[in-house]
Design a protein around this ligand. Sequence first.
Ligand code: HPA
Length: 261
Amino acid sequence: MVISEAENFGFVQNSLHLKFYLKYHIMSVHIAAKKGEIAKTVLQPGDPLRAKYIADNFLNEVKLVSQTRNIFYYTGIYKGKEISVGASGMGIPSIGIYSFELFTEYEVDTIIRIGTCGAYTSDLKLFDLLNVENSASESTYAKHAWGIEGELIKNQGNAFGLINETAKALSLDIQPTNIHTSDIFYRKEEGIPAIATKYNCSAVEMEAFALFANAQYLGKNAATILTVSDIIPTREQISADQREKALKPMIELALETALQF
Ligand code: HPA
């Protein structure tokens, strides 16, 4: 059933209908969870199956709260705290949609993206952990969505600092760094794109810029933790079967950080 804005308002005002409305109709365009089914802190990998892996292996009392487009969202308990985990999909447009709906429709306060990246330098090694300080991008997303000018957007709020502190407490090495958020995975030219050199970006991924832009516009917390999965100059890669185990320290770091919100 499609409900117009005006009818929506009517339902909310009329308490007889409120229960019905809450049960069946408060969900967002791309996430089917009802209001209240998503925690205030969300871990966001790119891949829906990674979200499932985290839910299955790290959370208790797990509930699958959305599977629209096979982009799974789960809510469960980690060490007594309610946490949600759900995918962003790949690229700026996709994380732009999911993170916006989480922040605005579900009153999420903090999103920690947990992803992989390609290192631009062989100073980084496979499995290294990065905490993104700033994202540089050629993308016009921030400008056209929110009027945010400039090629560089900072992580938002206190999540970045808490990740560094939590890593220290867990004796995990993590490097604060600028990264390049690119719209392009395959390209003609080899070599490091100019924007990455300009902003001293050690690695490339495809989502952080839009997450940070949404959070900046909405006044929310957003951080991005990355595991190096590729070394671009040497073409080294984490193999498919190494990936699951390789991401464990990043998942634990994100979950332990989430306990502090
Ligand atoms: N490019 C963009 N995103 C990535 C890469 C890459 O090489 N590796 C992992 N995520």
